[in-house]
Design a binder for this molecule. Sequence first.
Ligand code: NAI
Ligand code: MG
Length: 351
Amino acid sequence: MYDVAVIPGDGIGNEVVEAVEPLLVDVADAYGVDVGTTWFDWGSQRYLDEGALMPDDGLDRLEGFDAILLGAVGHPEVPDHVTLRGLRLPITKGFQQHVCKRPAYLFEGVESPLRGYEGGDIDFVVYRQNTEGEYADVGGREHQGFDNELAVQASVFTREGTEKLLRPAFEAATERSGHLTNVTKSNAQAHGMVFWDDMVAEVSEEYPDVEVERLLVDAASMDMVRRPDEFDVLVASNLFGDILTDIGGGIMGSLGLAPSTNIDPDGTYPSMFEPVHGSAFDIMGEGVANPLATVLSGSLMFEHLGEDAAAEALWDGVAAQLADAGAPRTADIGGAAATVAVTDDLRDRLV
Ligand code: NAI
Ligand code: MG
């Protein structure tokens, strides 16, 4: 029996998690995997009512779970830095979730905004450092409102945090095509990013079969549009990985298809699974959000838990549904179906 903490959060996070959670539980059950879920109503409404997105002992309450399923946080009436720093970042940092693994895959039946790519042509995975870098909460503001006002936002790179991201990425590259792209900006960031490059070079010595390509992040962004089929495994800092994986979502046809993981590579703490997308103010409350990024995140959760049959069933079920021109699909990928129509159809296919 796996105990999964479910935090739907805000906006479409609620809509997709409410639709997907029962599907994950039922598909797991069909493959002999027993899953129990506990829901937490943490998020921006709690902040507006009680002054905090989660309780002071939030991490203690989550620590005993086997995994966490998150929707998204973000509310039109709460500043974005408050929501992100009030829930997602304390969990990823507190639970040592150094590895944010984000696959980008163009499914058959989905149209990429890029010309000439068929199903399977785009197939890469970004390993994003998830606990430090540009998202380290180090800095400050001084002299607010005066002419000499200043702000400092420091990037932090540690040997531990970098290595813990790089090893799983090199392992993945070994299992995949043996090609890894190091996305960096060491020309302009001569301290943190040169250290990053040094760490990539050091860890690469343990993986002589992996060929390492180095790209500056600006060129990598352009190449992700120009030649996405040539990427396989990428490593990137927290900010660069964040940005590149939205490009990944875009070129795979929709952010509504892009899954994400936040993994503690040591397994000391629960890992967290969530779609790449946020709470999507522009469509929230309409019941039209694409639930498939969350289904695929559930698949990655079962893969992480070692339940490969359930993981594959979910992934393959999504692929089969997308390849079926008659199946319901949401507006972001050219359909007009509601969120629940998509998960109901998946249930019919899988359970
Ligand atoms: P967003 O990812 O919520 O939306 C970007 C665009 O993609 C919107 O046009 C939206 O309608 C579309 N989209 C996203 N997911 C979709 C889905 N499942 N189906 C159909 N269309 C989808 O990013 P945005 O608008 O920049 O941020 C909104 C809020 O979400 C902000 O408060 C932001 O801070 C927060 N956010 C939270 C994240 C998290 O909790 N991990 C990640 C990204 C943003
Ligand atoms: Mg993002």
